[in-house]
Design a binder for this molecule. Structure first.
Ligand SMILES: Cc1cc2nc3c(=O)[nH]c(=O)nc-3n(C[C@H](O)[C@H](O)[C@H](O)COP(=O)(O)O)c2cc1C
Ligand SMILES: O=C(O)C(=O)c1ccccc1
Length: 386
């Protein structure tokens, strides 16, 4: 039994000794702080979404439509937050959703490494984007024994795709998350208004520039002509995948495969037919398609269609309470997105670790107060719509 809620005691003990937490524990304060410290074009990229960001907003407010009914005298003094994912037993059900170009949120631009160190300290698995500032092997090394999942943007060049998959295997990643909702980027006014999105791309090429299969394609030496690298990246970034493509990805690796960006229960059933090991229910935080339903709205149907397959969830999680609600609605693990990018901006590795511990503490204390000692109990929880 790990008592994540004890972090509350630690914070108060620090207060008694005259030390306030260096970073806030709540999302709203963190968001404000990140907005103050990040250069505006980077902030626009992280904070922005598709269209008028309506879907991004309802992702968040959807959590307020659900309430947990507490159960008393339930023996929730000891909590067990552990969860099973494709043969892994995780001590708790949080993970970091992949964030491309994350490096930019850190002052030295090595935010992928700082985040991985925060994960190593807290045991929170990290899904590492294809689009990193440091090669996937270096990020894995910082993770140590904490599980990493590699998120694949599937290049249309299969040699390169296979090379990335095999590098992820060799580096010790425990699952392959194939993102299926972003073969083209959505219409994002904040990025368009700053016209800086192409510039971002120069900061997320490490997995390409460290790959022989990619370098073979280059018309020029990247050191002499960096824009040739970016141009080639645009070519290989990906095209729309079809269901048939899953079969060669399936054959290419024994790693568990999850599809990220699934919302429709029929797509879950199709994914199962193609032998995937898990579903990642998400709408990319409202960055891809505006005008959609909040991802959480689809979670119960996705979970039902998935049956035995684990369902990971992200999009709109801002607190430990949100995480608990997603678990009660059937998620096997809950992904944190923008909040950790903001923590990284606000205070680097320590702030990310602090924030993850805060999320876990809030979730743990809510389970204590509401009388749900473990995830099995939570899945039977009485939830009402507000
Ligand atoms: C700045 C940023 C970059 C992202 N990059 C990726 C990426 O490279 N690959 C991916 O699969 N998802 C990416 N996502 C989506 C996240 O994995 C996740 O689905 C989303 O952040 C969840 O929404 P939330 O942050 O509002 O909770 C990105 C999200 C943000 C905010
Ligand atoms: O911004 C994103 O959400 C994302 O996934 C992405 C896609 C292409 C380039 C950089 C980030």
């Amino acid at each position: 039994m790990t008592r994540y809620g004890d972090y509350q005691t630690e914070i108060y003990a620090g207060g008694l000794a005259g030390h306030l937490p260096a970073q806030p524990v709540d999302f709203a304060s963190l968001e404000r702080k990140a907005a103050e410290v990040l250069p505006s074009w980077i902030h626009s990229y992280v904070a922005g979404g598709a269209g008028d960001e309506h879907t991004q907003r309802v992702n968040v407010t959807e959590f307020q439509r659900w309430g947990l009914v507490p159960r008393m005298l339930n023996g929730a003094r000891d909590r067990d937050l552990s969860t099973e994912l494709f043969g892994l037993t995780l001590p708790h059900p949080l993970f970091l959703a992949p964030i491309g170009v994350l490096g930019l949120c850190a002052q030295d631009f090595h935010g992928d490494l700082a985040t991985a160190r925060a994960c190593a300290r807290t045991g929170v698995p990290m899904a590492v984007s294809t689009l990193t500032q440091d090669p996937l092997e270096d990020v894995a090394a910082e993770l140590g024994d904490t599980p990493g999942f590699f998120q694949l943007y599937t290049p249309d060049d299969r040699d390169l795709a296979l090379s990335l998959i095999h590098r992820a295997e060799n580096a010790g990643y425990r699952a392959l998350i194939v993102t299926v909702d972003t073969w083209v980027t959505g219409w994002r006014p904040r990025d368009l208004n700053t016209a800086n999105f192409p510039q971002l791309r120069g900061y997320c090429l490490a997995n390409y520039t460290s790959d022989e299969a990619f370098l073979r394609r280059l018309p020029a030496n990247p050191a002499e002509n960096p824009s040739a690298v970016v141009g080639e990246w645009v070519n290989v970034f990906g095209r729309s995948l079809g269901w048939q493509d899953l079969d060669w990805i399936r054959e290419a690796t024994d790693l568990p495969i999850l599809l990220k960006g699934i919302q429709h229960p029929d797509d879950v059933r199709r994914a199962k037919d193609h032998g995937v090991d898990g579903i990642h229910c998400s709408n990319h935080g409202g960055r891809q398609a505006n005008g959609g339903v909040p991802a959480l709205r689809m979670l119960p149907e996705v979970v039902e269609a998935a049956g035995e397959l684990p369902v990971l969830f992200d999009s709109g999680v801002r607190s430990g309470t949100d995480a608990v609600k997603a678990l009660a609605l059937g998620a096997a693990a809950v992904g944190v997105g923008r909040p950790y990018a903001y923590a990284l901006a606000a205070g680097g590795e320590h702030a990310v670790a602090h924030q993850l511990r805060s999320l876990l503490a809030e979730a743990d204390l809510l389970m204590a107060v509401d009388g749900y000692p473990d995830l099995a109990a939570l899945r039977q929880a009485d939830l009402r719509q507000l």
